[in-house]
Design a protein around this ligand. Structure first.
Ligand SMILES: Nc1ncnc2c1ncn2[C@@H]1O[C@H](COP(=O)(O)OP(=O)(O)OP(=O)(O)O)[C@@H](O)[C@H]1O
Ligand SMILES: [Mg+2]
Length: 212
């Protein structure tokens, strides 16, 4: 469960999130819409404890995102909008992620394979040298392999080819129906039939919240 109360986030004198209240129950599947600059990514970074709110609170699975950050992150997977430019090799990234969270390393390669990516020949490459779509597939695979109950995807399919997108949604349907899912996406049509709640942000406020 995610409970966001009166969340305010400012950058300088710009108020990017303005008194956000949002409760997400177990197994809900959200799509979060809003124009460029509406504050969607900032909201996700607050949920992940990467940004400290100026006011308000966020509690995930019973833990505060700032005061109990490690605990609050234990069961969250996140795929960012822009993959980080990591210099680690793909093998090191997979080993590191697995050591943090205890998942079986082989499952990463399996999930990549299911999205039509044979990742093993690329293990020695620095992560930042993968193609955009390959990076996204590796990060999605790590997110799926972890034992999370909340998965947050910020434009996860932006770099995926058509087949990759279809396979991604197949994997979500196969492995994630018992979890909270939050998709930030401009591809509303892709999420039809998957999301059961639609939230729209506009200049830092929730302007609509409907069950679909
Ligand atoms: N670290 C930061 N420092 C300063 N301003 C920031 C920072 N992060 C975001 N902002 C500002 O906050 C506003 C919202 O940005 P955000 O990335 O949350 O938008 P978004 O809804 O995700 O947009 P998009 O659809 O383009 O991804 C923008 O005006 C942006 O410039
Ligand atoms: Mg964004």
């Amino acid at each position: 469960m995610i409970e966001i109360k009166e969340l305010v986030k400012k950058f300088g004198d710009q108020t990017v999130l303005n008194s956000i209240n949002l409760t997400v129950s177990d197994k809900e599947k959200l799509m979060i819409l809003g124009q460029n600059g509406a504050g969607k990514t900032t909201l996700m970074r607050c949920i992940l404890g990467e940004y400290k709110p100026d006011a308000g609170s966020i509690v995930i699975n019973g833990y505060q995102t700032i005061e109990e950050r490690v605990k609050s992150l234990e069961k969250i997977s996140f795929v960012p909008q822009l993959p980080p430019p990591l210099r680690q090799t793909v093998r090191e990234l997979i080993n590191y992620s697995s050591s943090l969270t205890g998942f079986d390393k082989g499952s990463i390669a399996n999930f990549c394979q299911k999205m039509d990516l044979d990742i093993e020949p690329h293990y020695k490459k620095p992560f930042f040298k993968l193609s955009g779509g390959m990076k996204q597939k590796v990060l999605i695979s790590i997110a799926l392999a972890r034992d999370s109950n909340v998965l947050i995807f910020d434009e996860p399919t932006a770099n995926l080819d058509l087949k990759g997108r279809e396979r991604f949604y197949d994997l979500i349907n196969e492995y994630c129906m018992d979890k909270i899912l939050m998709f930030i996406s401009h591809r509303v049509e892709d999420l039809a039939g998957l999301a059961n709640r639609k939230i729209e942000l506009d200049i830092g406020k929730i302007v609509s919240d409907e069950k679909i």
